[in-house]
Ligand binder design. Structure first.
Ligand code: NAP
Ligand code: F7E
Length: 347
């Protein structure tokens, strides 16, 4: 039996990857950072909270990383922990550099000291390509990062390559384009749309305020992308791979499709300057030919199906909430502006 350690197991990809690896017979250890209120809803949602071994691991704290390595003795480490929200990286550039940039090096260095044969996956990002006019991006496309998040990710990307070449470590960069799901955090645009459109369709909200509706993204389905991460670490040699769908759509198209599915008018969607970034990557579309050729990986879920999965699930959750059902879910505690919430008595 193989042991896997996932940093950032409480996030979207961490939860899906844990589920996938359990299905493959792995013993799964998950690093989480201590919060005043634990954030295990995704693990509960997938029914795997009691199947994984949770270990305190904050990438700002090398000691916690080395403790987690000793406790898990991993064959494979999937490094997913990050301050992953591009918008927040403009407000917290130093914190983002520390967590998303230096955090990876703390991990690489502890692994080098502990056992350099451990295979490592680094969650690199299409955001690193930034502003560039080429129609699609692959593993050889130039990087031109424009956000503090992207710069921090690019630093980690190069450090992974430096440890690979310098110390012969099996360290791989997965350069993943946007991937979404009903487990996506509420601040990201797809889930913000699916959640709010679901509420509007049920009379729980009146409007949705967004930012740049013209931005284009290559959106895939997260459970398929975590399988690609695993495939990368099953290769004899470490390398870098793009995972994407090779399609691109505007935020506006996502909104229109979501409204169509929910049966509401897209007129209730507004824009607000508050949701604009100082600079935004306008266009992203990935070329996953290398992953297809070498890993046998291809995306199955395309744009319209993805939007439907997300909107249907958020409608179903809010319907259960109206019936006063209790279940693990983020949105119920996120905002307090819904009609339903106002009805709740103050404590
Ligand atoms: P996510 O849902 O935001 O999850 C991020 C995880 O990192 C959470 O478990 C979070 O813990 C954890 N974390 C944050 N700060 C930490 C710290 N100081 N120490 C330890 N853990 C910390 O992100 P995701 O969508 O699953 O993405 C996974 C990784 O892939 C991230 O590195 C992201 O940047 C990268 N990526 C994502 C995409 C995408 O489209 N999803 C594309 C390319 C790359 P809490 O639960 O405590 O916040
Ligand atoms: O924005 C625009 C926004 O925050 C997508 C992360 O997983 O993927 C993600 O980063 C687009 C941008 O994702 C709103 O300006 C419009 O153009 O969902 P997002 P992202 O920035 O692409 C990459 C690959 C990662 O690596 C990251 O970790 O949508 N947009 N209006 C909006 N975005 C948000 N969040 N909120 C809005 O109201």
């Amino acid at each position: 039996m193989k042991n896997a350690l996932i940093t950032g197991i409480t996030g979207q990809d961490g939860a899906y990857l844990a589920d996938f690896l359990l299905g493959k017979g792995y013993k799964v250890f998950g690093g989480y950072r201590r919060l005043s209120t634990p954030n295990f809803w995704r693990l509960y949602h997938l029914g795997i909270h009691d199947k994984v071994k949770l270990l305190p691991l904050d990438v700002l704290d090398s000691h916690s990383i080395s403790e987690a390595l000793v406790a898990s003795a991993p064959n494979e480490v999937y490094h997913l922990a990050a301050q992953s929200f591009v918008g927040a990286s403009f407000v917290q550039p130093l914190y983002t550099s520390d967590v998303t940039g230096f955090g990876s090096v703390r991990l690489l260095d502890e692994i080098l000291k502990f056992d350099k044969k451990i295979k490592i996956y680094q969650a690199s990002s299409s955001e690193m390509f930034g502003e560039d006019n080429s129609p699609t991006k692959n593993e050889t496309s130039p990087f031109n990062p424009v956000s503090p998040y992207a710069v921090a990710k690019l630093y980690s990307y190069w450090m992974v390559r430096a440890y690979r070449k310098g110390y012969g470590m099996h360290a791989t960069n997965g350069i993943l384009f946007n991937h979404e799901s009903p487990l996506r955090g509420l601040e990201f645009v797809t889930r913000k749309i699916s959640n709010e459109v679901a509420k509007i369709s049920l009379g729980l909200s009146k409007s949705l305020k967004l930012g740049n509706l013209d931005a284009k993204r290559d959106w895939g389905y997260a459970p398929e992308f975590v399988e690609g991460m695993w495939k990368m670490l099953q290769q004899k040699n470490p390398d870098d791979y793009v995972l994407a769908t090779n399609e691109t759509h505007t935020v506006r198209e996502f909104v229109n499709e979501a409204c169509k599915i929910a049966g509401i008018s897209s007129k209730s969607i507004q824009t607000s300057k508050q949701n604009l970034r100082p600079i935004d990557v306008q266009y992203l579309r990935g070329d996953y030919k290398k992953a297809k050729r070498k890993l046998g990986w291809s995306p199955k879920t395309k744009f319209k199906k993805l939007v439907k999965i997300m909107v249907d699930e958020d409608i179903s959750r809010w319907e259960r909430w109206i019936k006063r059902e209790y279940f693990p879910w983020d949105a119920a505690t996120f905002g307090h502006d819904s009609i339903g919430m106002k009805k709740t008595k103050k404590l």
